[in-house]
Write a protein that binds this ligand. Structure first.
Ligand SMILES: Cc1cc2nc3c(=O)[nH]c(=O)nc-3n(C[C@H](O)[C@H](O)[C@H](O)COP(=O)(O)OP(=O)(O)OC[C@H]3O[C@@H](n4cnc5c(N)ncnc54)[C@H](O)[C@@H]3O)c2cc1C
Length: 381
């Protein structure tokens, strides 16, 4: 039986809020500390893959959009696409956090988890600010006057000049998040964001926001147990941190309530394996010149791409497929991929390709504006 009762969770992001919900529902007395005056202020694209449903049902009113298609562009051409099944969600993060924290005491102040007294257990969920590993950078604009497909698909632009990518995520109506992130300086990201906004027809920009994100993988525990981004529970290549952070909270909850080791519970979720796979690809991309990066990406089979980005790599099948792909493009990353033997509880996606909507024809030549991303006059103009 657990030897604690009063728990303090420092940080009310997805990881801290989810852990608080789990502990509170299990009968523990939980208090959450949050330094910012509002929830979900931290810049974030709010996208999450469908694999979140393997452990958490996203509340209906926190779903802004179900993602039912995607296109990935390399140098202006569509290189990968998928349609006709649920790939994920764009969520309303503030609503999601409100749901998770319902009925839980929230104290609006910043605290140091190492100095907090009066609790049996203090959990550090402070996000990237306290992460000690390598960090990537990201910038995004909230813009009006762009529509993506039927409003239920996302657009990704693989960047070859630096290791990273850009995105257009729908927010409903003609509002979108247009972002760019990766291992590059903010000046480089800013220039790329502006060029993407130009391609999208210069939509009306409400605001531009930016931030850092953990991209170096999991780091050993600090003085207090950690969950979420402070632990490095972020997919290093895709920058996805909501679902991984929540998964790390689930693992800590299971460890605290059953007495099993946190590392073991974490491994059982499949998260460490998936992070290692993305780290291997990231290292490979970093070692290549821009042309080589684009070629490596083009050569990636779509089912591997979908599985890696959805975080559902298992050692049984996908690692072999990855090793084949990486070895066909030469280099030592294939050996690293082959050495990833840990087991994973998640299953790869059942259906790979479209059965529903027919994808539009691929462009023959690099277009000025990406297909499927239509620019419109800003609302109310
Ligand atoms: C531009 C950008 C876009 C992104 N897009 C996506 C995306 O589309 N999908 C996705 O899955 N991930 C995305 N991410 C990553 C994702 O936002 C984070 O990985 C995720 O929010 C981490 O969750 P967390 O709970 O660990 O930390 P956070 O969400 O950072 O929450 C930590 C909380 O702790 C609070 N805090 C910090 N210090 C203290 C203190 N001393 N006392 C009290 N409170 C404190 C902070 O204010 C914050 O609210 C993006 C990141 C960036 C920068």
């Amino acid at each position: 039986m657990p030897s604690f009762d009063r728990v303090a969770v420092v940080g009310a992001g997805p990881a801290g809020a989810f852990l608080s919900r789990l502990l509170s529902d299990a009968g523990f007395e939980v208090e959450v500390f949050e330094v910012l005056p509002r929830l979900a202020v931290k810049p974030c694209g709010w996208a999450t893959p469908y694999t979140i449903e393997s452990f958490f049902k996203v509340p209906e009113d926190a779903v802004l959009c179900e993602v039912r298609g995607y296109r990935v562009y390399v140098e202006g051409r569509v290189e990968k696409e998928g349609w006709g099944r649920k790939y994920g969600y764009i969520i309303d993060k503030e609503k999601l956090l409100e749901h998770l924290l319902e009925g839980i005491t929230l104290r609006r102040r910043g605290v140091d988890p190492a100095r907090l007294e009066g609790y049996d257990l203090v959990v550090d969920a402070r996000g990237h600010v306290a992460y000690s590993g390598v960090k990537a950078r990201a910038l995004q604009a909230i813009a009006r006057g762009v529509s993506v497909g039927d409003g239920d698909s996302i657009e990704i632009f693989f960047e070859s000049e630096f290791v990273g990518y850009s995105w257009v995520f729908p927010l409903g109506g003609s509002r979108v998040k247009v972002g760019v992130g990766g291992l590059a300086e903010f000046d480089v990201l800013r220039a790329r964001l502006h060029s993407l906004l130009r391609v999208l027809g210069r939509p009306q920009v409400e605001r531009v926001e930016g931030g850092l994100l953990a991209s170096g993988g999991l780091v050993p525990q600090g003085s207090a147990p950690r969950v979420g981004e402070v632990l490095g529970a972020v997919m290093p290549l895709s920058g996805e941190g909501i679902r991984p952070g929540m998964l790390s909270s689930l693992a800590l909850f299971r460890s605290l309530t059953t007495g099993s080791k946190f590392a073991r519970e974490l491994e059982k979720t499949g998260l460490p394996l998936n992070i290692r796979v993305q780290l291997a690809v990231l290292r490979r991309l970093k070692s290549l010149p821009p042309k080589g990066r684009a070629e490596l990406f083009r050569s990636a089979p779509v089912e591997i791409l979908e599985c890696v980005t959805a975080g559902c790599v298992t050692s049984a099948f996908i690692v072999k497929a990855m090793a084949r792909w990486l070895s066909s493009s030469r280099g030592s990353a294939c050996q690293r991929a082959q050495s990833l033997k840990a087991s994973c509880v998640m299953q790869p996606p059942g259906r790979r390709r479209s059965r529903g909507r027919k994808p539009p024809r691929r462009p023959e030549a690099p277009p000025r504006a990406p297909r499927g991303v239509r620019s419109r006059a800003p609302e109310g103009s």
